[in-house]
Design a protein around this ligand. Structure first.
Ligand SMILES: *[C@@H]1O[C@H](CO)[C@@H](O)[C@H](O)[C@H]1NC(C)=O
Ligand SMILES: *[C@@H]1O[C@H](CO)[C@@H](O)[C@H](O)[C@H]1NC(C)=O
Ligand SMILES: *[C@@H]1O[C@H](CO)[C@@H](O)[C@H](O)[C@H]1NC(C)=O
Ligand SMILES: *[C@@H]1O[C@H](CO)[C@@H](O)[C@H](O)[C@H]1NC(C)=O
Ligand SMILES: *[C@@H]1O[C@H](CO)[C@@H](O)[C@H](O)[C@H]1NC(C)=O
Ligand SMILES: *[C@@H]1O[C@H](CO)[C@@H](O)[C@H](O)[C@H]1NC(C)=O
Ligand SMILES: *[C@@H]1O[C@H](CO)[C@@H](O)[C@H](O)[C@H]1NC(C)=O
Ligand SMILES: *[C@@H]1O[C@H](CO)[C@@H](O)[C@H](O)[C@H]1NC(C)=O
Ligand SMILES: *[C@@H]1O[C@H](CO)[C@@H](O)[C@H](O)[C@H]1NC(C)=O
Ligand SMILES: *[C@@H]1O[C@H](CO)[C@@H](O)[C@H](O)[C@H]1NC(C)=O
Length: 449
């Protein structure tokens, strides 16, 4: 295929895209290389045949959260441990406790591979522990660190006399689908907490730690999101690629489309069945990037996220956008936003995180009969005149994630193009065809007043 200067995106852009795509097959996320969920077992106290422990789950991922119906934590006991009692969470199965008559109470769970789930915030107060009971929801670290962790307490027994406590093995973390891979629980420096109103430091007896990392490869989910593009300077709208998230039924009379999330087990399916409106892309979520205005020293984008699900609202949605222009000052009108540390992934590309404003648009509603659920904002960006250009698709985003999942985007060949004869010109601003200049000046005025 031939490369002509004016009609196809620059080699650099292609190269960037190629790098972006190839880094994807890696198991870690280049935009959040240190992102992980850390699981900590703190042994608070030893008992005659076991110990009391606090288990904490901390979500250190910048933009990936754990949404309803919440996390599931599992492990395999190294010896014959049973969970005598538990607060702040519960084991989904009691298991076979017929061996453990010696205890006054029936143990909470005698499973060798217990699965733990969080309690709801309205749990009985006597079943609660500190920092517990958020229905398994963990916020993303960059958005709300206060709500990004959870903990529960367990009393472990049945280790016999003169025992040595061994960390459980085969730790699993689900959200509640697959995607996370956890390392071994290993000895770490004992955690320190504060006592006497923060004036006394106390150390736990022993700490085991493990980190779990997410990989979309392991999650093996169908894409759930795609990107469409438009501009003020071209009538062409670049739609989401056909079949981005699946292909629509060939039968045009079908009114609603059903797209199943195959990665989830049958028991999770009921909660997660995505019934989406029929489109050529079949994506539950579409992100639209519209280049709206060009001003002397600023440019304006309209960013819209639409929900095509009939049966699913996204609460606490977030959107990650990689674009070199975000290192300039930006005004975001209707979303919260934050620049993420660039982690040396790219010298020029910045990564901005957007999320909804509480009680205004933090909930992305489902489609009802006639209306898409959507949230939208204008973003006013300052120009760095050294690098700013509308040519070669520079003004379009490099990469977009919705709730941590990559959004499918058209190849640069399909991006809306500048009108043809502008290619010789260095800066669109100084040498643009007269008509367009008038148009720009008009939008300029309208934009400012
Ligand atoms: C997990 O995240 C924490 C906090 O960002 C970081 O200090 C730690 O090094 C990470 N662990 C791994 C194994 O990446
Ligand atoms: C429970 O465990 C006991 C002792 O190991 C065993 O005899 C019994 O068959 C088990 N019950 C079930 C239902 O597996
Ligand atoms: C909550 O506490 C009550 C009474 O203390 C107990 O009967 C119940 O099993 C507990 N529920 C959970 C989920 O731990
Ligand atoms: C987190 O908690 C701290 C102290 O409790 C508070 O100052 C801060 O505003 C909270 N942040 C958020 C995002 O809620
Ligand atoms: C536990 O250790 C004590 C003291 O070392 C010893 O007397 C006792 O026999 C041991 N018990 C078992 C079951 O090994
Ligand atoms: C973890 O599971 C593997 C097989 O799935 C098993 O070989 C290994 O012993 C388990 N580890 C522990 C600590 O149970
Ligand atoms: C996408 O699908 C629509 C209708 O199903 C069709 O008109 C269009 O040509 C397709 N586009 C591509 C690039 O195949
Ligand atoms: C989504 O939220 C709206 C408004 O709160 C509610 O009416 C609707 O039933 C919710 N949809 C689902 C699928 O939960
Ligand atoms: C943004 O990046 C460009 C290119 O690397 C650089 O020249 C400029 O100083 C940066 N601006 C800010 C505000 O960091
Ligand atoms: C630009 O010119 C090429 C061939 O010269 C043509 O195929 C293309 O449609 C033109 N694009 C626009 C946006 O006018």
């Amino acid at each position: 295929m031939e490369l002509t200067l004016h009609s196809t995106p620059s080699l650099l852009l292609r190269l960037l895209l190629f790098i972006a795509i190839s880094t994807f097959s890696d198991c870690y996320d280049p935009l959040d290389p240190n992102g992980n969920i850390t699981i900590t077992f703190d042994i608070l106290q030893y008992t005659p045949d076991g110990y009391q422990a606090r288990v904490s789950i901390r979500n250190y991922q910048q933009y990936r959260h754990v949404d309803e119906p919440g996390w599931k934590l599992g492990w395999r006991w190294a010896d014959d441990e049973v969970i005598l009692s538990m607060s702040g969470a519960f084991a989904t199965q009691q298991g076979n406790c017929s061996d453990n008559f010696k205890y006054q109470q029936t143990p909470h769970s005698c499973e060798r591979n217990p699965t733990i789930m969080d309690l709801m915030p309205d749990a009985w107060p006597e079943n609660m522990s500190e920092e517990c009971c958020r229905g398994g929801v963990l916020a993303a670290w960059a958005i709300n660190p206060n709500m990004s962790f959870s903990s529960f307490e367990i009393e472990v027994a049945n280790l016999g006399a003169n025992y040595t406590a061994h960390p459980p093995g085969n730790l699993t973390f689900k959200d509640p689908g697959p995607g996370y891979t956890c390392g071994l629980l290993e000895d770490a420096d004992p955690s320190v907490s504060w006592d006497v109103g923060g004036r006394r430091q106390v150390r736990v007896k022993r700490t085991w730690k493990s980190t779990c990392t997410y990989s979309s490869f392991v999650a093996n989910k169908l894409p759930a999101c795609c990107v469409s593009l438009s501009t003020f300077y071209s009538p062409i709208v670049t739609p989401c690629p056909n079949c981005s998230c699946g292909c629509r039924d060939a039968d045009p009379t079908t009114l609603s489309c059903i797209r199943e999330d195959f990665s989830l087990s049958n028991s999770d399916l009921d909660n997660n069945l995505n019934v989406v409106q029929c489109t050529d892309n079949m994506c539950p979520i579409r992100v639209h990037w519209h280049i709206k205005n060009n001003y002397m020293t600023y440019w304006r984008i309209k960013l819209t996220v639409s929900n095509y699900n009939y049966k699913r609202n996204y609460s606490n949605w977030n959107l990650l956008v990689q674009h070199p222009a975000f290192n300039q000052s930006a005004t975001v009108y209707s979303f919260n936003s934050k620049l993420l540390p660039s982690n040396g992934f790219s010298d020029i590309d910045e990564v901005a995180l957007f999320w909804g404003i509480d009680f205004y648009n933090s909930e992305l509603l489902n489609v009802d009969e006639n209306k898409l659920g959507s949230v939208t904002t204008d973003i006013l960006l300052e120009k760095n005149l050294d690098i700013f250009t509308f040519r070669n698709g520079w003004a379009f985003p490099r990469r977009i994630y919705f709730n941590g999942e990559n959004c499918v985007m058209s190849p640069p060949d399909n991006f809306p193009m500048l009108p043809n004869n502008s290619f010789k010109l260095k800066s669109i601003y100084h040498h643009f065809p007269l008509l367009l200049v008038i148009h720009l000046t008009l939008t300029n005025l309208l934009g400012w007043f």
